[in-house]
Design a binder for this molecule. Sequence first.
Ligand code: SF4
Length: 295
Amino acid sequence: MHFPIQYHEPLFRPPSEARSLIFQITLGCSWNKCSFCEMYTSKQFSARKEEDIFNEIEAFAPYASQIRRVFLADGDPLVLSNRRLMRILEKLNNTFPNLQRISTYASPINLAKKSNEELKDLFDAGLNLLYVGIESGDSKVLECIQKGETFESTIEGLNKSKAVGMNSSVMIINGVGGVELSKQHAINSAKVLNETQPKYASTLVLTTHKGLDHYKDRFLGNFEQLNQLQLFSELKLFMEGLELKETIFRSDHASNNLVLKGVLGKDKQLFLNQIQQAIDHPELANLRSDFTRGF
Ligand code: SF4
C-alpha cells in the first residue's frame, strides 16, 4: 500500500502510540523554548490548512473499519481554537466509525486556557488521552528550564481536563533541575502528581541531545549535572513523596538505568526497594534490571 501521507519531518509520537494513525494538524511547537527540548527547533510553528488535513483523513477512508486510534501531532495541537479542533474531530469521527481513542500532546497552560465547556466538547468528540510533559512540579525548576508553566498552572491544566473525563499520561524528567534544585524538584513533582492523580505517569532521565554545554546555555541558573547515584536518590525522594491511588507508572525509557513498571500506590514499597537496591548496587542497576507486571 502506498502510504497516503507525506509527513513534515521530524515527526514525534509517544511510544504507546506506535499503532495509531498520526495526523499533523499543527507543525512544530508554539512555545518551542524548553531548555532540554530539541524536538521542534528545526520547525517554525504553524497551523496546517484544514483542507490539507481533511484530504489526508479522507485518504484513509478505504481503511476506515481498521482505524481505532488516532494521534494528533505535532507538539501542542490544543493551542488551536475549539472551533478548528472540533471540525477536525468531527471529520475524524465521521470518517472512522470504529475510532476508540484520539490522543495528543498537550501543555497544561493550553488546557487551562480552554473553558470547562470547551474541554468537555473535545472530550465528547473523542479526545480522551493527553500526553503532558510536565517535566517538574517545582516552579523554580520550571522557570530555569523555560517551561512556561508553574506548580499551579500544571495542576490547573491537568485537573481541568481530568474533570471532564480526559485521561493524562504525565512525564517527569529525572535530573532536569541539576544538583542544586534536585530535592525541591523531587518533592514538588510528587506533589503535583498527588494533586492530579493522573492515569499514567513516567519518568525519564535528562538527556542533553546537543551536549551539556548547550543545555547549560539554555538553563536559566546554575546547572550541575547529577551523577548516577544522585539520579537514583532524586528518584527515591520523588517516589517517597508519591501518594497515588491508581496510577500506572513506568520508568522504562531508554534513558533510565533502572526500569520500574507497575501501579502506584500498591507497588510503591516494591519500587522503593528496587531504587534502594540500585543505590546500594549501581553496577547491577546498569543492567536495567527489569521489574514488570506484564502490561
Ligand atoms: S512545550 Fe513540549 S514540545 Fe514545546 S519546547 Fe517545550 S517540551 Fe518541547
